[in-house]
Design a protein around this ligand. Structure first.
Ligand SMILES: Cc1cc2nc3c(=O)[nH]c(=O)nc-3n(C[C@H](O)[C@H](O)[C@H](O)COP(=O)(O)O)c2cc1C
Length: 134
């Protein structure tokens, strides 16, 4: 049974871009091992992450993530069973956007990224996140 969990969190004040790269490196390795796919978006202040995979692996990973001091105020936006993966190709796709990297427009990037998502609710969640600023 495939499970998909989406949450947002706030980066701890001391977090710098280098840390995000480190988080991604480790995440891709462990997620590959754990059969977890997903997406991580960071806009300089907040994270939004989708984790997909076997229920016990997703919950175990989320439990570790929830204890991580590099972010706080985690809020689960959705957790549900899915028939198939929506981020199947990625051990952890990432988009680091916004003022930190100068790569600019989070709204446009997330729109493009979510174009092909089969689930309208998840698409709306991700797009909504991109539109909230500050
Ligand atoms: C925003 C954020 C996203 C993370 N995403 C993942 C992830 O997808 N997979 C993962 O294994 N660890 C992820 N981590 C790292 C975990 O919090 C944790 O450090 C890592 O799993 C190693 O756990 P351990 O030290 O208990 O072995 C993330 C951390 C943060 C702050």
């Amino acid at each position: 049974m495939l499970f998909q969990l989406t949450y947002i969190s706030t980066a701890s004040p001391s977090l710098i871009l280098f840390d995000v790269e480190t988080i991604l490196e480790g995440s891709r390795r462990r997620n590959g091992r754990d059969d977890i796919t997903g997406l991580l978006i960071f806009d300089g202040k907040r994270f939004l992450q989708v984790l997909e995979g076997p229920l016990d692996h997703v919950e175990a990973t989320f439990s570790r993530i929830a204890l991580d001091k590099r972010h706080r105020a985690l809020v689960r936006l959705s957790s549900r069973h899915v028939d198939r993966r929506e981020f199947g190709a990625w051990a952890m796709a990432s988009h680091i956007v916004g003022p930190v990297t100068g790569k600019g427009d989070m709204v446009a990037q997330v729109e493009a990224l979510t174009e092909a998502l089969p689930d309208p609710n998840l698409r709306a969640t991700l797009r909504g996140f991109a539109q909230i600023r500050g």
